[in-house]
Design a protein around this ligand. Structure first.
Ligand SMILES: Nc1nc2c(ncn2[C@@H]2O[C@H](COP(=O)(O)OP(=O)(O)OP(=O)(O)O)[C@@H](O)[C@H]2O)c(=O)[nH]1
Ligand SMILES: [Mg+2]
Length: 249
């Protein structure tokens, strides 16, 4: 049972029981700009597939789904689509709304992984909010050194109450903290201020260097935080998806 359960929370929960609108099984990785979302996706997939570049100006929604052969497709704000040759080329175009990336997803075959950027002013379309509310797992990414700002709390409070049961708070750049004491302080603060919004907290050390090594080194994959995210994703998304498919057969 959650701590700090308010009356408003209970009312919200009764008002919005969980109904899965789409047939898609989905993991959403969300957070404010440059919080470390793409690095979290790469850690989860154990593959440095998304560019993690502080200089990128474009922030489309990135949807990753399984296909035996890799491909990239895009949609701009007018609904027009084109097929670029590389992801780096795509991420320099700030008119794009959505990037569709297809690649072999191994055990996550059948699951859609979506990176969603939030602007701290809270602007998000109804369509995207519905897509997030319908996710089977939400990973909210916050930066360790400034973790859990009021702007983030306002955004997360705006998500339907039922999403909290299947939400993870991923603390990015934990490797940048100087001491174990810093880590303890942050953990204590997050337990008080943020834990009621999430079912798990995972610390990430997903530097570009670690992500490049993680594919072949299990210990480093564990250090990135990707192994923990993958295990939660299996429990909350892959296993229920397989059970639903078996039941439907
Ligand atoms: N050392 C370290 N660097 C990280 C970590 N996570 C992210 N970074 C770095 O932080 C910067 C931003 O990371 P991204 O993963 O691109 O962040 P993002 O939220 O996807 O950014 P936008 O899509 O541009 O909003 C990059 O330089 C990453 O390499 C981490 O856990 N450790
Ligand atoms: Mg990104």
């Amino acid at each position: 049972m959650k701590q700090n359960f308010s009356l408003q929370d209970l009312v919200d929960e009764i008002d919005s029981p969980r109904t899965k609108r789409s047939g898609a099984w989905r993991i959403v990785v969300a957070g404010e700009f440059e919080s470390g979302k793409s690095s979290v996706v790469n850690a989860l997939l154990r593959l440095p597939i998304l560019p993690c570049n502080p200089g990128l100006i474009a922030r489309p929604i990135i949807k990753i789904a399984h296909a035996p052969q890799p491909s990239i497709g895009t949609e701009d704000r007018t609904g027009r689509s084109f097929q670029p040759s590389s992801l780096n080329e795509v991420l320099e175009n700030d008119l794009l709304e959505t990037v569709h990336l297809r690649m072999p997803l191994g055990d996550l075959q059948g699951v859609e992984i979506v990176e969603v950027p939030f602007h701290h002013d809270g602007g998000i379309s109804k369509r995207n909010l519905d897509m997030i509310a319908d996710a089977d797992l939400i990973i909210w990414v916050t930066i360790a050194s400034q973790a859990w700002r009021l702007s983030e709390q306002a955004l997360v409070e705006g998500l339907p109450y039922h999403t909290r049961e299947r939400s993870i708070l991923a603390i990015s750049r934990a490797d940048k903290l100087k001491t174990a004491d810093d880590l303890d302080k942050i953990e204590t603060r997050l337990q008080t201020d943020a834990s009621r919004f999430f079912s798990e907290i995972v610390f990430m050390q997903a530097s570009t260097e670690n992500l490049n090594k993680a594919a072949t080194d299990t210990r480093i994959w564990e250090e990135t935080g990707g192994a923990a995210l993958s295990s939660i994703a299996h429990e909350l998304v892959v296993m229920p998806m397989k059970a639903a498919k078996t039941a439907a057969e």
